[in-house]
Design a protein around this ligand. Structure first.
Ligand code: NAD
Length: 247
């Protein structure tokens, strides 16, 4: 039997990049997938790939920064599937700029999606999971939430916030057998990092001990482990997937 057979996983930011890889990995492990994204067309591509793995896929268009939209999306998941076992809060954006040039809009949008979006995702499933007395919540942070990064005041603050939120939620939900962990990727090859200059890529590469960039599947493998029943004694943890970049 596959490790996540019969389970249902909600994954935000499921249309591409790390989110798509998480959907595919959890599907391979037997879970039915509810994918949430603002990009409906691309989300359907993920859906087709997930269904090829022999599990069900429900695509939901919602903006994670909007609490009402997340609540509605999760209600549809509850109507479609028997339970909600796994929530992966992965959706995130960057709006990089030096602090002195950063606009209020750049700050607000990144915090709204990357941090409030995770709060909304946790809130949307917390009642169901605590009633079930089981659940796995995995939040995608970033190593820059631990180290800071030039040009990313908004992004690094949002990801540091995700780490604090993860630990508090882990403490509050622990007694109900709901674990809450964070995965902190380093430099992963996705559409988010594709637009970076060759200079920025070379600088990043020189700071990675294993000598190469990560792949979305590297992150998905750790998420899949945290989603399993036998990861029950791991909670409030932040696992770096960064080739040693931030050690
Ligand atoms: N790529 C990296 O190097 C890296 C490193 C550390 C952390 N991360 C984090 O991993 C996560 C995934 O990143 P990625 O590289 O796959 O990014 P990506 O840009 O390739 O994909 C992000 C997905 O999130 C969706 N999204 C954006 N805003 C949304 C919203 N408001 N509501 C719902 N969906 C929304 C996008 O449509 C897209 O499908 C993010 O949280 C990111 O911060 C990425």
């Amino acid at each position: 039997m596959k490790p996540l057979e019969g389970k249902t996983a909600v994954v935000t930011g499921a249309a591409q990049g790390i989110g798509r890889a998480i959907c595919l990995r959890l599907a391979e492990d037997g879970a039915n997938i509810a994918g949430v994204d603002v990009a409906q067309d691309v989300l359907e591509e993920t859906g087709a790939m997930v269904r090829e793995k022999g599990v069900q896929f429900l695509g939901l268009q919602a903006d994670v920064s909007r609490f009402d939209q997340m609540r509605e999306a999760v209600a549809k998941v509850a109507q479609t599937f028997e339970s909600i076992d796994i929530m992966v809060n992965n959706a995130g954006i960057t709006r990089d700029n030096f602090l002195i040039r950063m606009s209020e809009e750049e700050w607000d949008r990144v915090l709204a999606i990357n941090l409030k979006g995770v709060f909304n995702g946790i809130k949307a499933v917390a009642r169901t999971m605590t009633k079930q007395r089981s659940g796995r919540i995995v939040n995608i942070a970033s190593v820059v939430g631990m180290t800071g990064n030039v040009g990313q005041a908004n992004y690094s603050a949002s990801k540091a916030g995700v780490i604090g939120l993860t630990k508090t939620a882990a403490k509050e939900l622990a007694k109900r057998n709901v674990t809450v962990n964070a995965v902190a990727p380093g430099f992963i090859v996705t559409p988010m990092t594709d637009h970076l200059s060759e200079e920025a890529r070379e600088a990043a590469l020189s700071s990675i001990p294993v000598g190469c960039f990560g792949q979305s599947e590297d992150v998905a493998a750790v998420v899949a482990f945290l989603a399993r029943t036998d990861a029950a004694y791991v909670t409030g943890e932040v696992i770096r997937v960064d080739g040693g970049m931030a050690m």
